[in-house]
Design a binder for this molecule. Structure first.
Ligand SMILES: [Zn+2]
Length: 332
C-alpha cells in the first residue's frame, strides 16, 4: 500500500500552489507576500517586519528563515523556480541557522538563479537520508515530517515527498511502525544509508575544482581559487593535486559525488572541465561558473546561459569567488 501523505501531518499540502509549468524558468514571477504565509511555498509561516532595515523576515517551517526587502514585497517579485529555491534555503538554513537575505533587485548580491534540479535518484537518496537523520535509534520510528521536510529532498511539495517515502517502503528500506504511527529504517535500509552518507553532498565541505591543468593556471588555482575559498569552510579538491592509484576517471567521479560544491573555471576551454561540470549538474550540485573576460566568447554555448564570475585579474576572481561562496553557500 503506498504511503498516504494525508491526515493532520499533511496540512502543508493544502497550502501549496501548483508548480509552474516550467520549473526551470529563471524569469521573475509576480507574487505577493501576505502576512503569515511563506511567499515561496505558501505554507503558514511567521512574517515579521524589520523596520530599521526596511525588510521582512519570513520564518517558514519548510524553507527556513529568509529576509526580503519591503520594496521587493511591494513590487511583488520573487525568483523562480520556487521549489529549488525552497530546497536551497532550507538546506542552507539547516547548515547555518542563519536567514538568507534577498537583496533588492539590481543590487550587487545576486539571487541564486543558477540552482540545479537534482536527478530523481538523488532526490530519493536525500529523502531516505532525511528519514534516517531523524531516527533516534534502530527500531524507533523516524520523526521526519513530510509536511515540512520535503524541500530537503528537493521535492516540489509534501505529496511528492510522501511518494518518495512510499518508494522506500516498497523497496524494503523503510517499514511501517507496527505499534503506532510513523515508520522506521530497516536493517537493509541502514546499510543503504551508510553507503549513501559519505556521498551526501549536503554534508560535504569539499569543493570540487574543474579547470585546465595547464601549468599556466597553477598560480590561478593557488592564489585565486584556493585563496578565494580560504575562510569559507570549503576545502578545494583538484584532480592533479592528489596522489592516487585508481584510474583517473573513477577517482574524479567519486570525488565529484563526495563534493558539496563545484567551482568550474572555463578559461582554457578544456573538454574535461565541461565533462566534470556535466557530472556535477546531473547530481544537482551547486556550481559556480567562472571565466576570464577575454575567454567568455569561447565558453560553450550551453554553459554561457549560466551566470559566470567574469574576471580580468586573479585578485578579482579571488575576491568575487569568496563573496559568492559566502553569500550563497556558507560553511562557517
Ligand atoms: Zn516556505
Amino acid at each position: 500500500m503506498p504511503y498516504d501523505p494525508g491526515g493532520s501531518a499533511g496540512r502543508g499540502s493544502m497550502l501549496m500552489t501548483p508548480p509552474t509549468p516550467d520549473g526551470r524558468e529563471t524569469a521573475l514571477r509576480q507574487m505577493t507576500l501576505p502576512q503569515s504565509v511563506c511567499a515561496l511555498c505558501r505554507t503558514n509561516a511567521t512574517v515579521v517586519d524589520i523596520p530599521e532595515r526596511i525588510m521582512k523576515l519570513c520564518k517558514c517551517p519548510c524553507c527556513g528563515h529568509y529576509e526580503v526587502s519591503d520594496q521587493d514585497v511591494k513590487l511583488g517579485w520573487i525568483p523562480e523556480p520556487r521549489h529549488l529555491l525552497s530546497a536551497f534555503l532550507r538546506e542552507r538554513f539547516e547548515r547555518t541557522k542563519l536567514p538568507y537575505t534577498f537583496a533588492d533587485r539590481g543590487a550587487s548580491k545576486r539571487f541564486p538563479t543558477d540552482l540545479l534540479e537534482a536527478a530523481v535518484s538523488e532526490k530519493l537518496n536525500r529523502a531516505l537520508l532525511r528519514v534516517a537523520d531523524l531516527s533516534p535509534a534502530f527500531g524507533s520510528p523516524s520523526t521526519v515530517d513530510h509536511a515540512t521536510d520535503w524541500p530537503l529532498a528537493q521535492a516540489r511539495n509534501p505529496a511528492e515527498f510522501g511518494r518518495m517515502i512510499g518508494h522506500w517502503l516498497e523497496a524494503g528500506a523503510l517499514q511501517r511502525n507496527s505499534s503506532g504511527p510513523g515508520f522506521m529504517v530497516t536493517g537493509p535500509g541502514w546499510k543503504l544509508v551508510e553507503e549513501l552518507r559519505p556521498m551526501s553532498a549536503s554534508r560535504s565541505s569539499q569543493a570540487f575544482v574543474a579547470m585546465s591543468f595547464a601549468t599556466e593556471f597553477d598560480s590561478l588555482y593557488e592564489a585565486s581559487i584556493r585563496g578565494g575559498l580560504a575562510g569559507t569552510g570549503w576545502s578545494p579538491w583538484r584532480a592533479d593535486r592528489e596522489q592516487y592509484a585508481e584510474k583517473i576517471c573513477d577517482r574524479i567521479v567519486l570525488e565529484i559525488r563526495r563534493s558539496g560544491l563545484m567551482i568550474v573555471e572555463c578559461t582554457g576551454h578544456r573538454t574535461n572541465v565541461y565533462f566534470e561540470a556535466g557530472l556535477g549538474m546531473g547530481l544537482g550540485m551547486p556550481i559556480i561558473w567562472c571565466a576570464r573576460e577575454d575567454a567568455m566568447p569561447g565558453v560553450a554555448f550551453d554553459v554561457r546561459q549560466y551566470p559566470h564570475i567574469v574576471w580580468k585579474e586573479p585578485d578579482e576572481l579571488k575576491s568575487k569567488l569568496h563573496h559568492r561562496v559566502q553569500a550563497l553557500y556558507p560553511r562557517t
